[in-house]
Design a protein around this ligand. Structure first.
Ligand code: NJP
Length: 251
């Protein structure tokens, strides 16, 4: 039976590359984001490549818990449940600690921490009720989840990613207590060339472009390869965290 993977933030960037790679590796994929039209285009691309109906687009605003819960109900109806949950959606807002807006901080907490936690709980419950013992929860973290990025605009973002580090390790422990073999993994990149920096510096696209031009960045496909590697490890191997930086990245 094909395993079913949920990929959050599958409309663009890393999530789109991960969804495409999972389809190519024989998983059934549900990809969610707010811009569902972009996932529909990706699904059409997969269809043309010989994978019809394998990627199912789902419109979901992950900052709204009810939308997440409805999505898991829909997945249950469609595919019985999920075997793999890739918590990829995330964002940074340019809100320093000394002058940032609370609303920007809240948005980062909602998507980067709360949605990851809600999806993790719902994915686990879905695996548990179907006696899935080889499930996998993968969190796309950040190097900023392991050390504070020396740039004030992203200190709060970095804090939300520290939370992802703690949540993944806590999850690993809870899974052991629950006596399941479901695995938990973080993948923590440095700079990846996506639209991420353009959203962060939405009032200064030149600065965003300069970020990506300064060095040879990671590509979304490098992240997708890491996800495939993590999923292909034998059942007794649990990869805790992959830290992946561009060769030329300084910090
Ligand atoms: O970012 P981007 P990446 N509800 O902006 C979705 C981490 N990371 O692929 O709703 C639902 O191209 C959004 O979908 P949409 C980063 O922290 C990156 O680079 O349509 N979805 C889109 O699909 C994040 O965790 C870098 O706008 C929501 C996706 O999230 C992950 O990598 C470095 C949503 C974002 O696509 C993917 O980022 C690093 C919501 N409310 C960590 N809000 C890097 N790129 O340099 C957002 O260390 N999304």
């Amino acid at each position: 039976k094909n395993r079913v993977a949920l990929v959050t933030g599958a409309s663009v960037g890393i999530g789109a590359a991960v969804a495409r790679a999972l389809v190519q590796h024989g998983l059934k994929v549900v990809g969610c984001a707010r811009s569902v039209d972009k996932i529909e285009k990706l699904a059409a691309e997969c269809e043309s490549a010989g994978y019809p109906g394998v990627l199912i687009p789902y419109k979901c605003d992950l900052s709204v818990e009810e939308e997440i819960l409805s999505m898991f109900s829909a997945i249950k109806t469609l595919h019985q449940g999920v075997d793999v949950c890739i918590n990829n959606a995330g964002l940074a807002r340019p809100e320093p600690l000394l002058s940032g807006k609370t609303e920007g901080w809240r948005t980062m907490i909602d998507v980067n921490i709360l949605a990851v936690s809600i999806c993790t709980r719902e994915a686990y419950q879905s695996m548990k009720e179907r006696n899935i013992d080889d499930g996998h929860i993968i969190n796309i973290n950040s190097m900023g989840g392991h050390r504070v990025i020396p740039e004030s605009v992203v200190h709060f973002y970095s804090a939300t990613k520290y939370a992802v580090t703690a949540l993944t390790e806590g999850l690993r422990q809870e899974l052991r207590e629950a006596k399941t073999h479901i695995r938990a993994t973080c993948i923590s990149p440095g700079l990846v060339e996506t639209g991420f920096a353009f959203k962060l510096h939405d009032n200064d696209p030149e600065r965003a472009a300069a970020t990506y031009e300064s060095i040879r960045c990671l590509k979304a496909e490098d992240m997708a390869n890491a996800v495939i590697y993590v999923l292909s490890a034998p059942p007794h191997v649990q990869i805790g965290d992959i830290q992946m930086r561009p060769t030329e990245q300084m910090s």
